[in-house]
Design a protein around this ligand. Structure first.
Ligand SMILES: Cc1cc2nc3c(=O)[nH]c(=O)nc-3n(C[C@H](O)[C@H](O)[C@H](O)COP(=O)(O)O)c2cc1C
Length: 176
């Protein structure tokens, strides 16, 4: 089984840390699992211009092909203006319709305000559903206060939420 995590922030590192932490927990829970983090800071994903995938640069093609090769996906986004980040939306715009069929897709969100905990439900979930991904009932919301100064997550509730979401994703995937 292949689980790919995507961090949809180009600004800070909180989203990447939360997604990586989720992948680490997944590897501990399931022996037969390979994970990989796509941190969008490391790639030059081009803006969607309506071209076929092979017309975009190597990074864009690599990121999309890696996502399409996954059995399970975890999308991480910071909350920006009460929604998902623009880079993550642009990434979704590169993905062919229905491409997440047969894939279990989890959501990890980082935010400065707890008032925005429903952003993944209302802004990320509809995109994943449109692409025919199977979503677990749980998602992981990480408020900035859950990070130490060194940006490590030490909040045990957050770890528990990651574990619960991943357990559900694995169970869903095994029943597909
Ligand atoms: C442009 C911008 C807009 C933001 N808008 C919101 C917002 O509407 N609600 C919120 O809770 N946090 C907002 N934040 C805070 C980020 O979601 C938060 O700091 C997040 O953890 C950053 O993740 P990162 O370190 O991976 O970039 C915003 C941050 C930026 C840079």
């Amino acid at each position: 089984m292949k689980l790919i995590g995507i961090s949809g922030s180009l600004a800070g590192s909180k989203t990447a840390i939360a997604v990586q932490e989720t992948l680490n927990i997944a590897e501990k829970l399931e022996d037969n699992l390979k994970t990989e983090l796509i941190d969008l800071r490391s790639y030059e994903v081009e803006l969607v211009k309506g071209y076929p995938l092979e017309k975009y640069n190597e990074d864009t093609q690599k990121v999309i092909k890696t996502i399409l090769s996954a059995d399970m996906l975890v999308f991480g986004t910071p909350v920006y203006q009460a929604s998902i980040s623009g880079v993550l939306k642009n990434l979704f715009d590169h993905i062919p319709q229905g491409a997440f069929e047969g894939k279990t897709v989890g959501m990890v969100t980082t935010a400065g305000s707890e008032k925005h905990y429903l952003v993944p439900e209302y802004h990320l979930k509809p995109i994943i559903s449109f692409l025919k991904g199977t979503l677990p009932t749980r998602n992981v919301f990480v408020h900035n206060s859950c990070y130490e100064e060194t940006n490590i997550i030490t909040n045990k509730d957050v770890w528990k939420r990651m574990e619960t979401m991943i357990e559900e994703m694995i169970a869903l995937h095994k029943n597909m």
